[in-house]
Design a protein around this ligand. Structure first.
Ligand SMILES: O=c1[nH]c(=O)c2[nH]c(=O)[nH]c2[nH]1
Length: 295
């Protein structure tokens, strides 16, 4: 007899915007996010016997998300994710785990005539802030914070040499190359026993997000990088050192290659090695380097 060995369901791509209005200063702060809610529990019979009595409608999950956003802060997104996930586990006896994923887009305040504008914003790049908050009955709340799609490039200060050389190797050793990647980084917090514990440490989420971003930028820029692998490891190490409540840090970095173009065929134009100025950015294939560093 086959059985359901894993099942979860919910609403994905719930788009949500919230404005916080500071009446004293007449300053608005806005948040835009995409939320995914997935529930697990005693729901097998909805699959096997068409028993909808165990089904919290995915539409109800969407409505709940809006109501929770109205009644609770959405900043930091970790706190909102934990609040929403805990709600489902507490409200429905047969739901034992709630997974909430949040992708927060950037609306950065405009500077107009040298001053921060009270209610105008611009989309500051494709970078996103990411939260995965899982409320697990009897265990607590697991949170992974992160950022993704942060596109960076350095035009020197990166090398790659001394790698395996054999009959399959064409790549030359390089002592000065362009390094570009789209940063996808995450940091997992020690499990929180309950929502009150998340609330108590809520200030740490924005602080740590800012710190992880600062560490990523600083090491990327300042390091004479011997490889993507070593640079990302150092980033992980620094994030672990910066936040004692974080136990694991992960990075996933595509290596976005920029190839030299030999133009010597045209009147002897020098455009390789130290004379390289015009390059061909490659879209694929790309290297992909990942690691998780744990305490
Ligand atoms: O930093 C790098 N790591 C690699 O593993 C690798 N492989 C490669 O072809 N180029 C690079 N660069």
């Amino acid at each position: 007899m086959p059985k359901v060995s894993a099942a979860r369901y919910g609403k994905d791509n719930i788009r949500l915007y919230k404005v916080d209005r500071d009446e004293a200063t007449k300053t608005h702060t806005v948040y835009e996010m995409v939320v995914c809610v997935l529930l697990e529990g005693e729901i097998e019979t909805s699959y096997t016997e068409a028993d909808n009595s165990v089904v919290v409608a995915t539409d109800s999950m969407k409505q709940t998300t809006y109501i929770m956003a109205k009644q609770h802060p959405v900043n930091p997104p970790e706190l909102f994710g934990a609040t929403l996930a805990s709600h489902f586990v507490e409200k429905y006896k047969h739901i034992h785990t709630a997974h909430v994923n949040i992708i927060q887009h950037r609306w950065t305040r405009m500077e107009v005539e040298g001053k921060p504008h009270p209610h105008s914003f611009y989309r500051d790049g494709a970078e996103k802030r990411i939260v995965q908050a899982d409320a697990i009955e009897g265990k607590g709340i697991e949170i992974r914070s992160g950022l993704s799609d942060l596109l960076v490039l350095k035009s020197t200060g990166s090398q790659f040499h001394s790698f395996v050389r054999d009959e399959y190797t064409l790549l030359p050793e390089v002592y000065d190359r362009i390094l570009s990647t789209s940063v996808d980084a995450g940091w997992k917090w020690a499990i929180f026993p309950d929502l009150a514990a998340v609330e108590k440490d809520a200030a740490k989420f924005n602080e740590t997000h800012a710190k992880a971003r600062e560490i990523t930028f600083r090491l990327f820029a300042l390091e004479e990088s011997p490889s993507v692998q070593n640079t990302m490891y150092k980033m992980c190490e620094e994030i672990l050192a910066a936040q004692p409540m974080v136990n694991d840090v992960d990075y996933s970095l595509p290596n976005k290659h920029y190839f030299e173009i030999d133009l010597s065929w045209h009147k002897g134009l020098k455009n390789t090695g130290k004379d390289a100025e015009v390059y061909a950015p490659q879209s694929d294939p790309n290297g992909l380097i990942k690691c998780t560093v744990s305490r």
